[in-house]
Design a binder for this molecule. Structure first.
Ligand SMILES: Cc1cc2nc3c(=O)[nH]c(=O)nc-3n(C[C@H](O)[C@H](O)[C@H](O)COP(=O)(O)O)c2cc1C
Length: 209
């Protein structure tokens, strides 16, 4: 399938087949795709929580405006941001670069100091907004990969993050949920699967100068 066919195949799945699971290999591809997502400076202040447990997911449905995708999907991916971002994250990042690439300290030091100074100027609320921007990039990346490997998915903002954080124990991990991506196999009777895509004419959204 070419990429445009794949992107037309994907749609925001409203009804998953609750009896079907994605394969371990597909799930592993999604985990790797999340981790390979580009982030600002490469700092990766986001995390993905994979929820398969049905009892937990049943509890989440009322806090998802009763959208049953969170329960019926094969797995529920919860994209989170770190509650706090500070110099410790930057130091960990640069020590990772040093270890992986064997880059000498004198080259890394100015970049590390510059990034710490930049973060020092931001409030935690600004850092959280910055991390949220990265979360949306991860969501888009995952959706495209899902289309590529024929996994159905529904991007979702419609949930109550504080309730998710509580039920999934995210607060004690220093995380805040920001986006959901239930993934699985579409139900045969999902009416949305056969609806035509509604998009503006491409000449309105793509401007050539
Ligand atoms: C950030 C974001 C949040 C969304 N939240 C929801 C949601 O909570 N529930 C839902 O059913 N669809 C949700 N959608 C799906 C959109 O309504 C859908 O992608 C859009 O109408 C285009 O349709 P298509 O994805 O089927 O092409 C969301 C999409 C995005 C990108």
């Amino acid at each position: 399938m070419d990429i445009i066919k794949q992107l037309n195949w994907r749609y925001a799945t409203k009804k998953f087949d609750a009896t079907k699971k994605i394969t371990d290999q597909q799930l592993d591809t999604l985990k790797q795709a999340f981790n390979l997502t580009a982030t600002s400076y490469g700092l990766q202040t986001i995390a993905m929580v994979v929820v398969e447990n049905k009892t937990k997911r049943e509890q989440l449905v009322p806090h998802s405006y009763n959208q049953n995708q969170v329960l019926d999907a094969s797995h529920l991916l919860v994209i989170c941001i770190q509650e706090h971002v500070d110099a410790t994250d930057v130091k960990k990042y640069y020590s990772n670069i040093k270890q992986i690439r064997n880059t000498p300290d004198h080259i890394l030091k100015p970049y590390q100091e510059g990034l710490i100074a930049m973060l020092d100027k931001k409030t935690q609320a600004e850092c959280q907004q910055w991390s949220k921007n990265q979360a949306y990039i991860a969501l888009g990346n995952l959706m495209t990969v899902c289309a590529n490997i024929q996994v159905d998915a529904c991007p979702m903002e419609g949930f109550v993050p504080e309730k998710y954080d509580d039920i999934l124990g995210l607060t004690k991990l220093g995380l805040k949920s920001v986006l959901l991506l239930p993934v699985g196999i579409r139900a045969e009777d999902d009416l949305f699967a056969t609806l035509k895509k509604v998009r503006k004419p491409i000449t309105e959204t793509v401007i050539e100068i």
